[in-house]
Design a protein around this ligand. Structure first.
Ligand code: 13P
Length: 254
């Protein structure tokens, strides 16, 4: 039985004061209204809001993650932040390979593999994102694209290390567009990703690996998506910026 995860990716939204307000609101709703502790909850605010979010969430069951990191531990990489730095403030997760990083910042699956390795070496749980563009889907190239992203992004990751990896399938055409993959479309890809992991790591690890869906997940579609056999929760963008919507999505996972 895989424990579901609902993770909020805040992207480049909310200044420090706004972040603190949202964290406080989410914490309050989760404390007062969440009846079961079944799902893992993670929020990923901007780097600037990480320390205060961690402080505000002390003693809660909400974990905090970063949205990106550099693969080196330190060095002359102006503007970058490393895994040991993220770990040192008490963050436990990191998103790697988000399609926006691939699209706008030249992130490749090869760099993702290095980042994933560095993150795991620093006890961080990786939310590794894969997903095809609309053009790739329309030309039926998505299977190849996803397989390559999964294989290359996990290069050098051992079977043992896979327990620190969560995959997030986020079709690019469904991100921020209001166009969700149907639950059947998502399930089909999730099952496919599981077979890729199985080929590489065997059945036991494939069955234990959580695969999240991301792309216009909202309170009204979350339940159906999360009910699919191979969908183990969600990586939420826009709806994670509204405490009530985020909470309703968490409820759909428990
Ligand atoms: P939306 O939920 O806003 O479509 O964003 C999904 C996403 O990119 C999460 O990482």
């Amino acid at each position: 039985m895989r424990r579901k995860i609902v993770a909020g990716n805040w992207k480049m939204h909310k200044n420090l004061v706004e972040s603190q307000a949202l964290v406080t609101e989410i914490r309050g709703i989760v404390r007062d209204e969440l009846l079961s502790n079944d799902a893992e909850i993670v929020i990923c605010p901007t780097f600037l809001a990480l320390p205060s979010s961690i402080k505000l969430l002390e003693g809660s069951n909400i974990a905090v993650g970063a949205q990106n990191m550099h693969q080196e531990a330190q060095g002359a990489f102006t503007g970058e932040i490393s895994a040991p730095m993220i770990q040192s403030i008490g963050a436990t997760h990191v998103i790697i390979g988000h399609s926006e990083r691939r699209q706008y910042f030249g992130e490749t699956s090869q760099t993702c593999a290095l980042k994933t390795k560095a993150a795991i070496n620093n006890q961080l749980t990786v939310l590794y994102c894969v997903g095809e563009t609309l053009e790739q889907r329309e030309s039926d190239a998505h299977w190849t694209v996803i397989e390559e992203q999964v294989r290359l992004g996990l290069q050098g990751i051992s079977a043992e290390e896979m327990k620190n990896v969560v995959i997030a399938y986020e079709p690019v055409w469904a991100i921020g567009t209001g166009k969700t993959a149907t639950s059947a479309q998502a399930q089909e890809v999730h099952a496919f990703i599981r077979t890729i992991i199985e080929k590489q790591y065997g059945d036991q690890i494939a069955q234990a690996t959580r695969i999240l869906y991301g792309g216009s997940v909202k309170p009204d579609n979350a339940k159906e998506l999360f009910a699919q056999a191979d969908i183990d929760g969600g990586l939420i963008g826009g709806a994670a910026l509204k405490a009530r919507d985020f909470f309703d999505i968490i409820q759909a996972a428990v």
